[in-house]
Design a binder for this molecule. Structure first.
Ligand SMILES: [Zn+2]
Length: 147
């Protein structure tokens, strides 16, 4: 879902006009794929669109979140990061490098559901599970690998 026409389709499917701003922001986020902050999105987008303001990038990005085309992930420092991946997944956050790494694990989701059942948590229907693990990379030069 990265071609311009696919992104246009996505915008119109949620009732948004495919304006230039929305297109370039959504395209940038899908290309970046690293949970950027609003400043990082702005830096990326303003390279090719120098007239766009930070306020416009912020407003447009938030509108895309509202329509469900982007997700937000907070970090322990309270910094908001944006996520173009909309499927159910967890995050591993390195408190030193500030990297936010995606992970997918159905087994973990199942364990959490079982845990809630076992604890007899009342009056709650789990809609989705999004776990964030905070840690420190042992070797900052290497990636976090999940087997
Ligand atoms: Zn993610």
């Amino acid at each position: 879902m990265n071609t311009l026409s696919q992104i246009k389709e996505l915008l119109t499917s949620v009732g948004l006009k495919a304006t230039h701003q929305r297109l370039v922001i959504l395209e940038a986020l899908r290309k970046m794929d690293n949970h950027p902050t609003i400043d990082q999105i702005y830096n990326q987008v303003s390279e090719d669109n120098p007239s766009i303001s930070l306020a416009t990038v912020y407003k447009t990005t938030e509108a895309l979140v509202e329509k469900g085309l982007l997700a937000k992930v907070s970090t322990p420092e309270g910094l908001m990061r944006y996520d173009a991946r909309l499927d159910s997944h967890g995050h591993i956050y390195c408190i030193n490098t500030k990297e936010l790494v995606d992970f997918y694990d159905d087994e973990l989701d199942q364990l959490i559901i079982e845990f809630f059942k076992k604890k007899k948590v009342n009056n709650l229907k789990i809609k989705n599970i999004s776990v964030r693990i905070n840690g420190e990379k042992l070797d900052p030069r290497k990636n976090v690998l999940i087997k």
